[in-house]
Design a protein around this ligand. Structure first.
Ligand code: SF4
Length: 66
């Protein structure tokens, strides 16, 4: 089983909530910027987090092998 780590450059978040629509690991915080729930994710959560990564228009989400 592979573990992955997610990252976000929050200061550059545009607040469009695209990631949150694609993956339940992401939510919009009260400051209008996205935040992840879990930093370390497993195989089963990789696909949806990767979708968020490649769909973020600001390119600020990273999903890498832990
Ligand atoms: S998709 Fe990217 S820019 Fe949009 S809310 Fe998520 S992290 Fe922010």
């Amino acid at each position: 089983m592979m573990a992955y780590r997610v990252r976000i450059e929050r200061d550059k978040c545009m607040g469009d909530a695209i990631c949150t629509a694609l993956c339940s690991n992401w939510y919009m915080d009260t400051d209008g910027k996205a935040r992840f729930r879990q930093e370390t994710i497993s195989d089963s959560d990789y696909e949806s987090n990767h979708e968020a990564e490649i769909s973020c228009p600001a390119g600020i989400i990273e999903v890498r092998k832990a």
